[in-house]
Every structure is written in structure tokens, then in C-alpha cells.
Design a protein around this ligand. Structure first.
Ligand SMILES: [Zn+2]
Length: 237
């Protein structure tokens, strides 16, 4: 006996946009704190932080710290860009967060956020400390609003701008945000092979205030089962 078809099209119960994903509360992204260590992941494997650039600009000490967190090369590279200060603040915030998480000076953190050597796309960014500790990170920005994610395994962030603020519009924006986040979370090297289901991913949404006008998804690779301890890709420690 066939199960009864749903009356109207609806998403599968396990679909992260409409099923359990809608039931799970979005993960908080507390404001980026520039001073104390920020290496907690809470109950999830990923650390999320947010930054509002206009708020930082109004706090001279904050923007100074953000801008002093970047390297001389980054400063030179953006010197001709009218958005220089904002790029520098975003970069400085990222370095500040990664430096705290890696136990290193922000400017000493080596960032690899260039194209993937396997597929040429931008995904699975990594940061390394001078002593070889390594973390994965992702950044998304919408106007003045920035979200950072740091994780021990490949992590991606995706951002979509809904076409309205009603619940349906917000729900529709989840899919492109989730797909973009998933693309960023694919480990380098794995992108060149067909997906075989051997890797599990955590898919969640980020708690963003309505005034930021965007939906942000975070996806990260979940640790493999203990019986395959040596099979993980590059990770920290
Ligand atoms: Zn790739």
C-alpha cells in the first residue's frame, strides 16, 4: 500500500531548509571581541563571530586594533582601493580571531584563501600559526555586516539576501545560502572527486539580526568515526 502523497509540494522532513533545520535554533555569532582568547566552539565544532563595520569605525580603538592586525603586504595591496579601510578592518578582524584561536600574533598567521589548486574555485581556506597549528576559516560580508567562522575541519559560510522580510522569503533564501556554505566546506582535493557520501557535514544557520538583511548558513565537515583516525584531511594539532 502506497503512502499517501502530500496534498501540496513540501520539503522532505530531513531537508535542512524546511525540516529539522527549521526546528534547530540558529547558531549565535557573538560580536568579535578583539582582546581575549576566542577559541571556544561551544557545543558545536565551529566558532562564529560577527562584526559590524560602522560600529567599529565609531570606536577608534577598535578600528585601530583591526587595522594593525593586518600585514604590511595587505596594507600595500589595498592602498589604492577606496574601500581600503573596510577591507583592512575585515581582514584585521579575521586575523585577530585566528590569532587568538591559534595562540599566535595576528600578523604572524599564514592565511591560505587563494584558489584551490585542484579546481580553481575558492573553498576550504586555512590558517596556520608559525608553530604549525592549523585551522579552517570562512568569511562572508553583506554591507557593514561580517560573519567569521573558524573550525578544526573544513568550514564554509554562505550568505543570501532575501527578497523580503516575511518568513517565506527568509526560508527561500536559506537554500542559496546553504549551497554556498556547503561549497566552501568541501575539503581541497575532495572537490575533484565525485561525492561519495563518506563525509558528513553539519548544516546550520547563523542567528543574524533582521536589520542586517541577510540569511547566513554555516556548513562544516564533521569528524570521521574513530575507526578511521588517520584518514582526515589537514586539521589542527
Ligand atoms: Zn577545489
Amino acid at each position: 500500500m502506497r503512502p499517501q502523497e502530500p496534498v501540496s509540494p513540501r520539503l522532505p522532513a530531513t531537508h535542512p531548509d524546511g525540516g529539522w533545520g527549521a526546528q534547530r535554533p540558529p547558531l549565535p555569532a557573538p560580536p568579535l571581541d578583539l582582546d581575549p582568547a576566542q577559541c571556544d566552539g561551544g557545543s558545536t565544532p565551529v566558532t562564529l563571530r560577527s562584526l559590524v563595520l560602522s560600529a567599529s569605525a565609531s570606536a577608534p580603538s577598535g578600528v585601530r586594533v583591526l587595522r594593525t592586525g593586518i600585514t604590511a603586504e595587505e596594507c600595500d595591496a589595498w592602498s589604492a582601493d577606496p574601500q581600503e579601510a573596510r577591507h583592512q578592518a575585515v581582514r584585521g578582524g579575521l586575523r585577530s580571531l585566528l590569532g587568538a584561536a591559534l595562540g599566535a600574533e595576528p600578523v604572524a598567521v599564514a592565511l591560505d584563501d587563494g584558489p584551490c589548486p585542484y579546481c580553481g574555485r575558492l573553498h576550504d581556506f586555512t590558517a596556520a600559526s608559525p608553530v604549525g597549528r592549523r585551522l579552517h576559516f570562512a568569511t562572508v560580508r553583506h554591507g557593514d555586516f561580517v560573519v567569521y567562522a573558524v573550525c578544526r575541519s573544513p568550514v564554509g559560510l554562505g550568505l543570501a539576501v532575501p527578497d523580503g522580510l516575511d518568513p517565506d522569503a527568509l526560508l527561500r533564501a536559506r537554500k542559496p545560502a546553504r549551497l554556498a556554505a556547503h561549497q566552501g566546506a568541501v575539503a581541497r582535493g575532495r572537490c575533484s572527486r565525485p561525492r561519495d557520501g563518506s563525509v558528513e557535514y553539519m548544516v546550520r544557520y547563523v542567528d543574524t539580526a533582521p536589520e542586517h538583511g541577510c540569511v547566513v548558513s554555516v556548513v562544516c565537515e564533521l569528524p570521521r568515526p574513530a575507526e578511521h583516525p588517520g584518514s582526515r584531511g589537514p586539521s589542527t594539532e
